[in-house]
Write a protein that binds this ligand. Structure first.
Ligand code: ATP
Ligand code: MG
Length: 590
């Protein structure tokens, strides 16, 4: 399937409106440069997809650039596995990055920028304990108190900061703080921490560092270093924006004083040569994506994995990009979803049904059709010769001839769906029942002549006769039947395992548990149904893992990427049923 994102033709969101204005005023000389900055501490979820589509989409629409930047400043939570999975997910969504830096690439530069801040009198080493710092920070109503170490001289601060870096102090002995304003109404500006001591190995820099820069310092400055123009993030960072501005502005100011770099003039030269010099980035916030019936937070998703509520990050019930991929969602459907929900400034929760609707629209157009019986019961056609086999040629797609055809064998004994037969069918049941005639898809009309039951009353076999004059599934005499059943020849069919997925949670919003409960208490123990006695047409035996298709009348499926083996055990994940729940919801709302 094609995996190329196409530029949408739609009304502009507020981010694109801002970019238009910036281009109009020539703020960046026409440059547009965004970044998607995940912390590699978990797998990406569908919320991240929204941010990816926005950042990479903006770059695409304005012939700009977008970086994939790993925000890896926390040495203890990050792993290479996550880095790899994030790259895979972004690529799978159909985007390619212009650069793929790590914040840790900038540790050296950031360190010298911190020294610059100290020399500018904008940062100091604070020896208060963590408790003292907390107490003296004040509250929303009361201003904080200045640290007794706030007025250390530049020389003393430099000396102490270099000792921090040299590993001469244990964790927690002191921190480097920005010297802003302990009475600022925005608590974030009350002398924020810029660096902390942490004697821990980092997944990329090993033991080279025992001090690590804090998020706000790193983020804005990494943007500036990369020449980012529009730094798009989610609403919870709105309060951080003044601090983002302070960090970037302080750097810009410092770059006007090359003499402060002293013996580090090469660092000055590198920074001054960057595209972001004099064209500082600005931060803009948009609303996070929330979806009904699931959780979108790496911390919670990690818990589901670690506690074994799911089989892994790519469990098809997980709202991770890898989970959706394994379930059979297409990149196009996820991009379409992100397009349709738009970019807003107010938080909201989107119906999962909308995502499914996007999927159905995409797969309806692109998924080849096959026949498969989920809950089989034998249908024996008494007047069909035992050694006869018909081969029916069926189109793989009802509306698109380019998909081609496949040959489906038909014989005396068939599997049909248990639910397609009733002993005493009501009037509106148009499927099979004693004496009733139905069409077997693309094959023949058959009329039910009898059936057998076991001692529990369970149907064990159904008997019928066929009309040879209805070959191909239509009658020359114009006789009409209301029902069309799918079927699989028992002699030719291939056994398969089908995995049906239900909701991972038993409630609409597991993020808001009742008192005394946590989201884990709402994990649905019945969210996976395994059908291991399914019979499918022989064409599926060699299907490649990851292939999307439709079982006619049943749903959209995908050959499982891990457990499905062409020519061996066949395992199909149900991606979605054919029912359009979204359309129904829309109708009910009217
Ligand atoms: P989580 O809370 O799941 O850990 P995060 O914000 O900590 O998410 P990051 O790796 O920092 O995860 O996120 C990378 C980018 O993705 C950030 O710019 C963040 O704002 C954005 N993002 C994260 N979650 C969502 C969401 N639900 N909707 C839209 N964007 C999101
Ligand atoms: Mg984060």
């Amino acid at each position: 399937m094609s995996n190329k994102p196409e530029a949408p033709e739609k009304g502009k969101d507020f981010i694109r409106t801002i970019i238009d204005a910036d281009n109009e005023s020539d703020k960046y000389g026409g440059r547009v440069h965004t970044r998607f900055p995940p912390e590699p501490n978990g797998y990406l979820h569908i919320g991240h997809a929204k941010s990816i589509c926005l950042n990479f989409g903006v770059a695409r629409d304005y012939q700009g650039k977008c970086n994939l930047r790993f925000d890896d400043t926390n040495p203890v939570k990050e792993e290479v596995e996550y880095v790899d999975s994030i790259r895979e997910d972004v690529s799978w969504l159909g985007f390619s990055w212009d650069a793929n830096p790590f914040a840790s690439d900038y540790f050296e530069k950031l360190y010298y920028i911190a020294e610059l801040f100290i020399k500018m009198g904008k940062a100091y080493v604070d020896h208060q304990s963590a408790d003292e710092i907390r107490e003296n920070r004040g509250t929303l109503k009361e201003p904080g108190k200045n640290s007794p170490y706030r007025d250390r001289t530049v020389e003393e601060n430099l000396d102490l900061f270099r000792k921090m870096r040299a590993g001469e102090m244990p964790d927690g002995e002191c921190i480097l703080r920005g010297k802003i304003d302990m009475a600022a109404p925005n608590v974030m500006l009350r002398d924020p921490a810029l660096y902390r001591i942490k004697h821990a190995d980092h997944h990329r820099t090993g033991d080279a560092w025992c001090i690590y820069p804090m998020y706000d310092f790193t983020h804005g400055l990494s943007d500036a270093i990369e020449g980012i123009t529009h730094s798009i993030c989610t609403l919870e960072f709105e309060n951080n924006r003044p601090l983002y501005d302070w960090c970037v502005n302080t750097l810009m100011e410092g770059l006007k004083q090359p003499e402060l770099f002293g013996e580090n003039s090469s660092v000055y030269e590198e920074l001054a040569a960057l595209p972001g010099f004099n064209q500082r980035p600005y931060q803009y916030e948009f609303a996070r994506l929330n979806i009904t019936g699931t959780v979108l937070s790496k911390r919670k998703l990690i818990q589901l994995v670690k506690e074994g509520h799911v089989s892994g990050w790519d469990d098809p019930r997980m709202p991770t990009i890898s989970g959706f991929r394994r379930r059979g969602f297409t990149p196009a459907s996820i991009r379409d979803f992100c397009e349709r929900i738009g970019v807003a400034k107010a938080d909201s929760t989107v119906e999962y049904a909308l995502l499914e609707a996007c999927l159905r629209e995409d797969l309806n157009a692109r998924a080849p059709r096959y026949l498969g019986v989920m809950d089989p019961v034998k249908l024996i056609i008494e007047n069909y010769p035992e050694d006869q086999v018909d081969e029916f040629t069926m189109p793989l797609h009802p509306e698109d001839e380019s998909y081609g055809e496949r040959v489906v064998p038909f014989s005396r004994e068939l599997w049909i769906e248990r639910a397609d037969f009733m002993e005493e069918p009501p009037k509106k049941f148009f499927r099979l029942g004693p004496g009733r005639e139905v069409r077997l898809r693309f094959a023949y009309y058959v009329t039910c002549t009898g059936y057998e039951k076991d001692e529990n009353g369970r149907i064990t076999e159904i008997r019928a006769t066929y009309d040879p004059e209805t070959k191909g599934g239509w009658s020359k005499d114009g006789r009409k039947v209301k029902g069309t059943l799918h079927w699989v020849s028992a002699a030719h069919g291939v056994k398969a395992e089908v995995r049906n997925y239900g909701n991972l949670f038993t409630c609409e919003n597991p993020n808001a548990p009742e008192e005394g409960k946590t989201f884990v208490d709402y994990v649905n123990p019945d969210s996976l149904e395994v059908l291991d006695e399914c019979w499918v047409e022989p064409a599926l035996a060699d299907m490649a893992p990851g292939t999307n298709f439709q079982f006619e009348r049943t749903g959209y499926f995908c050959a499982d990427a891990r457990d499905h083996k062409p020519g061996g055990k066949l395992v199909f994940n149900r991606t979605a049923t054919l029912r359009d729940t979204w359309a129904k919801m829309q109708k009910n709302m009217k």
